[in-house]
Each structure stands twice: as C-alpha cells, then as structure tokens.
Design a protein around this ligand. Structure first.
Ligand SMILES: Cc1ncc(C[n+]2csc(CCOP(=O)(O)OP(=O)(O)O)c2C)c(N)n1
Ligand code: SF4
Length: 318
C-alpha cells in the first residue's frame, strides 16, 4: 500500500531522497529542475517516468550519463504520455493476472513535457491518455516557448512576447495570439484532477501532487517554469519571476476536481501589477515603447478578467 509522504519543512523536503540528481546540463537558474524535484520528492512510492524531447530530456540524459535515479524513458516528442500510459496499463494487467511479485508496491506513473510537447505536438496523445482514464499524471513544464530548439513560439506563448518565430521589431509587437487555456481543456476531459502550480509555492505544489497521486485516474498539472534564456532575466531571479507570476495573477494557482469543482488555492495579499511582471523580462521589453504601451493595459485587463472568472466559477460550485 502507498502511504502519503509526510513533509515537515522545506529543508527536510529539499534534502530528502533524490531521484533527480543535481548534476545536469540545464541552464543555471532553469526552473525545470526545481519543479521536477518538487514533484518527485512529494512521494516515496516507486516511480515510472518519461520525458518528451525538450530541455529537460536533452539536459538530463546525455549518454552515458543520467540524472534520473528511477525508471525513466524517453521515446519521442509526441508519445512520452502514451509510453507512461502503456506502462501503467501493463502494470494493471499483470496485477490483475496475479503475475506481480510485489503487488502492493504502488508505483506512480508520471510524464513530463514542455509546453511545445504538450500544448502542440503531443496534444492529441495526452488527450487520449486523459480520455482513456489511465492512472497517470502529466506534468507540463510551461516555459511558454520551444526553448530547446532556440525559442520558437508555441500555443502557450502569451501575447506580446518576442520569440524567434514571432520577433518584436519595427512592424510587430511579437506574438499575436493569446495563450491556450490547457488546464480548462484537460479538465473538460472530466478527469479527477487538474491544477496549475508554480515552483515558488512549493507547499501548494506538494499538496496538489499528493492529491494527484491519491486519485484513481488521469491527472493534469500545468507548472509555470521561468526560463532564464528565453524570458531573458538574470539566473538568480528565477524565484522572483515565479513570485511575480503568481502574485500578479498572470499564473493563478487553482485546481479543478472531477472536471468541474474549481478551487483557488492561493490569494496574494498584495496583488502585483502585471506591468511589474512584464518589466522583469527581456522578452516583453518592447512593450514599454510608446507605440505598444496600450498592450500593457490589455494584458492587465485580461488578467483581471480571468481572475474574476475563476472567482465566479469557484463561488458558483459548478
Ligand atoms: C515531432 C518532433 N518535432 C520537432 C522536434 C524538434 N524539437 C526537439 S526539442 C523541441 C522543443 C521543445 O519545446 P518544449 O516542449 O516546449 O520544451 P522546452 O525545451 O521548452 O522545455 C523541438 C521542436 C522533435 N524532436 N520532434
Ligand atoms: S533554455 Fe530555458 S528551459 Fe531550457 S534549460 Fe535553459 S532555462 Fe531551462
């Protein structure tokens, strides 16, 4: 039987058994590694993991080295989620047939992928896993860009961001579309649990991950992952960026249970203006020029509107 891991404090949490080692080739200040450690350290159970192609995978598994001290697979951009779902289905079948030597070990099945691999290229495979009801968790490391291949826009890139395929310049303010709402889309598969998390709010993250591991069925987690290289900020400021993202409500923290019941899990005491979040990143630098300044107000209006929508949904209990 699995038992919920008890965590006393951050020191104990961050120094507890590590199945994702410190040595890797991620950029200094990359939030991917912090998120992965927070997810893996939330449980003592055995783990079966996958990583789709992207920064996490290429920087942690350079043959003959690996940062992963757990069962881990990389097979492709699209099918990281299906690989884990396949392992989960096989485990269930062997258990049902009584062919497991230790049937009480309760492994957790987790796929990690970037927003490019999740919002775009792996989208239909993740949707299939959610719809088929696999007992697995998909975690998006959402840095809002295809970072590993040089910073191309994805359908998670927010409006006004300058990317290599949607660069800001004399004729453009960068990305023209709004970010896709993946948490809502995944929740609409009527899965038991979906949530948005951020590495700075580690207790909130651990609670949600543990909740996710305790349910029977698919779980979708969207984790904001500040990327020093593509968001363009100093590597020492990763947590500052995560703080700005949650405290400006650009990345509100909430969960959706059984595809319907929405709970907001963090209400900042002092809400930071969106302008501060944008000003802290080079990818939005051009928005502060006179010709694009109106976009900052549009950003704030959109964030306010979304926050009010989330609150109304929470209140309505629908
Ligand atoms: C089907 C397919 N298309 C494109 C690529 C090339 N590719 C490798 S990594 C990558 C970017 C990954 O972006 P994302 O999933 O957002 O992860 P990040 O690197 O940002 O963490 C791309 C496009 C590929 N490996 N497979
Ligand atoms: S490019 Fe961004 S996501 Fe990739 S390793 Fe560097 S900081 Fe991390």
């Amino acid at each position: 039987m699995s038992e919920m891991k008890k965590i006393k404090n951050l020191k104990e949490f961050s120094t507890s058994a590590d199945r994702f080692e410190g040595a890797n080739l991620l950029c200094p200040g990359c939030a991917h590694s912090i998120i992965v450690r927070e997810v893996l350290n939330a449980t003592n159970d055995d783990l079966v993991l996958s990583a789709s192609t992207g920064c996490l995978e290429v920087c942690t598994a350079v043959y003959p080295y690996t940062s992963w001290d757990a069962s881990w697979i990389h097979i492709g951009f699209e099918n990281g989620s299906t690989a884990v779902a396949g392992a989960e289905a096989m485990y269930k079948a062997l258990k049902n047939k009584g062919r497991l030597k230790q049937p009480d070990r309760n492994p957790k099945f987790v796929s990690f992928a970037g927003d490019g691999a999740s919002y775009d290229i792996g989208f239909q495979w993740i949707s299939g896993c959610m719809e088929r009801g696999h007992n697995m968790m998909h975690v998006v490391l959402d840095n809002e860009v295809y970072a590993n291949t040089g910073g191309q826009r994805s359908s998670s890139t927010p409006i006004g961001s300058s990317t290599t395929t949607a660069p800001a310049g004399r004729v453009s303010y960068g990305e023209k579309k709004n970010k896709k709402d993946m948490v809502s889309i995944m929740a609409s598969h009527h899965i038991p649990y979906s949530a948005q998390v951020s590495p700075n709010k580690w207790k909130d993250m651990v609670k949600k991950i543990q909740h996710g591991f305790s349910v029977d069925g698919p779980v979708f987690i969207n984790a904001v992952s500040p990327c020093t290289t593509e968001w363009k900020f100093d590597p020492k400021d990763t947590m500052l960026l995560a703080d700005l993202s949650t405290d400006s409500l650009v990345f509100p923290l909430y969960e959706i249970i059984d595809g319907r019941e929405l709970n907001i899990t963090y209400r900042p005491k002092n809400v930071v203006p969106v302008e501060e979040y944008l000003a802290a990143q080079g990818r939005f630098k051009h928005l502060f020029k006179d010709e694009y300044k109106h976009l900052i107000k549009e950003w704030q209006d959109r964030v306010d509107d979304n926050w009010s929508y989330l609150q109304r949904r929470e209140e309505a209990r629908v």
